[in-house]
Design a protein around this ligand. Sequence first.
Ligand code: PMP
Length: 396
Amino acid sequence: PFAHVQQLPRDPVLGITEAFVADSSPRKVNLGVGVYLDENGHVPLLDCVQQAEEELLRRKGPHSYVPIDGIAAFDNAVASLIFSGERPSLDERLVTVQALGGTGALKLGADFLRTTNPSARIWISDPSWENHRALFSAAGFEVETYPYYRADGGLDFAGLIQTLSSLPSGDILLLHACCHNPTGLDLEPYQWAEIQALAAERGVIPFLDAAYLGFADGLDADRVAIDTFAQAGLPFLVSFSFSKSLSLYGERVGALAVVTGGAAERGPVLSQIKRIARTTYSSPPSHGGATVATILNEPGLTALWHDELALMRDRIKAMREGLAERLRVQVPDRDFSFITRQRGMFSYSGLSKEAVEMLRSRFSIYALDSGRICVAALNKANLDIVAEAIATVLRE
Ligand code: PMP
């Protein structure tokens, strides 16, 4: 019965990791990863996570089912984390449900929007996280792109605004709340305000993907986009991920928040989202949700998390500076200041596909074909190796 099934191409990111693992060079470096690595090149186990997990173990709770929409203490704490000071004004029309990571939150949102706006198109940035297109296509949407990254490395705000100005009511605009993946280019506060006003005028539904909150300038500062939409009081969605900010990748912890149009919409919207969850995975996993709920509901653990998040953020910034400085010295005729201006885990390095290929074949340094490198995979031990290799490739 499966003779007609077509082979799909390999996931490009996973393909790079496979090639990296097979490479026997002692100097190999994998900059293609999408995770934060510590100074020793490891995915960290945060202290706040370990302490919360120890507390959960001590409690010896049963592994019962979690409610369809998630652990109440998780949903409540996450709503406060996402909306902070704006939460009281939104509360009566806010729906927050635990989801299977940021991907699961996007999928819940996509399936929900497909039922409410079946003829809508979704607009994602060009470029965007590669799973955005696939995920929304799989949910049945026509996926279009708006201009975002200019060939000169700048942000194409005019192009974005021009596209947004032409969208019909009901279309969905997917935006990266901060630390845009893959470019590292974020919008300025005044630009968020302009987008919010224009989306409101057009009746376009904003969907903010927040997978890296806290990685640019800190949780409060990184909320600028969410705050802008929250203050306007109009409907929008937020997908949230704890994969990076709590280094909980495999536990699949995230949330979908929907600011509905009013108190009367809250119940119906929640019921629709619960049905999607129920028919897809029934209920979310308990361990990650309980761990996050413990951290967010105990002030001592929350404070510890903020400190650990700051350490990750500062290490990434130090690596950006280290790379930019080394390249500036080694390739003086080129400007590398963009590396320190970009935000989050990634740098869109501007390396061509050929340059990326050469890095791989000659130096065993692995980056994505797009030139995206994970700055969080750099450390004191590999910074010189990477900078020298990139400089050599750029000089050729
Ligand atoms: N959105 C963006 C922009 C991402 O980069 C990622 C993860 N790389 C996700 C969503 C998905 O997050 P998760 O791993 O929690 O599913």
